[in-house]
Design a binder for this molecule. Structure first.
Ligand code: COI
Length: 371
């Protein structure tokens, strides 16, 4: 049993545990998001009782009535954050408070109830107390935590659900992209939009991803790894890449300047994006939230002023973007390899996450894992 000021978590541990040798075998090559730990956290919400029924339970498939609202109207939000094995053997989660705030913001936009931050953190504590042995220690590996909330009311009527379920699951993970940090190629989508002003673009909700899949398929058909989204009005300004933010590097060495598209309301406010702006300025780079058009991207690469571009997100950390293609042409970023500034930022971020460098902004949340 453990509790927050408002919720008490019941703990029901699984009677069947994965043998250590089997767990180590799975952790050796986890891939991304395909294996899951032995427990999950579930919390219920109803309009009349609020949040209640918090529990750690064995990881298991859900049974859903076919009339469950989320299956029809997609009233759901999620988060993605990571727990890292620390040098000394402990476990720390990267910026869970920031993810808790974004989760609440996403929920508000989707007319879902807001989970209090202390319940979000307690859910993580409770899950990691049971499953901390699933936090990998290999470099580049981590335990990806996936909090989610969905309309579990059984109804075909379209209205904000009066019955909602929160779940937290965890997945030991390696590189998001199977090729690791190898640079990716991108297709500029001029036919489709990811988000429009007033829409749900800044919320972390499945519909934003579902709506992007056709454009992603189009990118693949064009021989590109990922799709890049433009603004929905002018189809001119760069917004995001797939499910990740983008950052543009001008100049070189200590004179480099980082520019990431400003949060206009249609972009996801990435926690990695925010962290890299801070780390970038700690490392002495000029940093800026601005905007860049397709033509400026191309001309910057042609005249050499734009030296590196990378995508950033929790899952893939930093991934260099090396080649750009659109219906109107193609070009290469820098020398087509991973840029020096991108890799320096990546190292600095990973070192903080793994406790190999100081954590001046107190981003690590050290969890109690002895049980
Ligand atoms: C993340 O970077 O955590 C994401 O949310 C991307 C994705 C796996 C949905």
């Amino acid at each position: 049993m453990s509790s927050t000021p408002t919720l008490t978590f019941e703990v029901n541990r699984s009677k069947v545990r994965t043998p250590a040798a089997e767990r180590e075998r799975l952790l050796a090559d986890p891939g991304f998001g395909r294996i899951f730990t032995e427990h999950m956290v579930r919390i219920s919400w109803t309009a009349d009782r609020g949040w209640h029924g918090a529990a750690l339970i064995p990881y298991a498939p859900l049974t859903l009535d076919p009339g469950t609202s989320v299956l029809h109207y997609a009233q759901a939000v999620f988060e993605g954050l990571k727990a890292f094995r620390q040098g000394g053997g402990g476990v720390a989660v990267f910026r869970p408070d920031r993810h808790a705030v974004r989760f609440r913001n996403s929920a508000r936009r989707l007319a879902l109830p807001e989970l209090p931050e202390e319940a979000f953190l307690e859910a993580i504590d409770v899950l990691l107390a049971a499953d901390h042995e699933w936090v990998p220690s290999a470099a580049e590996h981590s335990l990806y935590l996936r909090p989610m909330m969905f309309a579990s009311e059984v109804t075909l009527a379209v209205h904000p659900a009066v019955n909602v379920t929160f779940l937290l699951i965890a997945s030991p993970s390696g590189s998001y992209f199977p090729r690791g940090v190898k640079p990716v190629s991108v297709w500029l989508s001029e036919d489709f939009s990811r988000a429009a002003p007033g829409g749900t673009g800044e919320a972390k909700t499945g519909g934003n991803y579902a709506g992007g899949l056709l454009a992603q398929a189009q990118a693949s058909a064009q021989g590109c790894d990922q799709v890049v989204w433009l603004d929905s009005r002018d189809h001119r300004w760069i917004e995001e890449m797939g499910g990740m933010n983008l950052c543009f590097v001008y100049g070189r060495g200590n004179q480099a300047r980082l520019m990431t598209p400003a949060l206009t309301g249609t972009l996801l406010p990435g926690v990695t994006r925010d962290s890299l702006l801070t780390i970038g300025s700690d490392l002495g780079y000029a940093t800026e939230e601005g905007r860049i058009s397709v033509d400026e991207w191309r001309h910057g690469c042609e005249d050499g002023s734009l030296t590196e571009v990378f995508a950033c997100g929790t899952a893939a950390v930093i991934t260099p973007v090396a080649a750009v293609k659109s219906a109107r042409g193609a070009w290469t970023v820098g020398d087509g390899g991973a840029g020096e500034v991108s890799m320096r930022l990546r190292r600095a971020l990973i070192d903080i996450q793994r406790g190999a460098a100081l954590d001046p902004h107190e981003w690590l949340y050290h969890v109690r894992v002895s049980d």
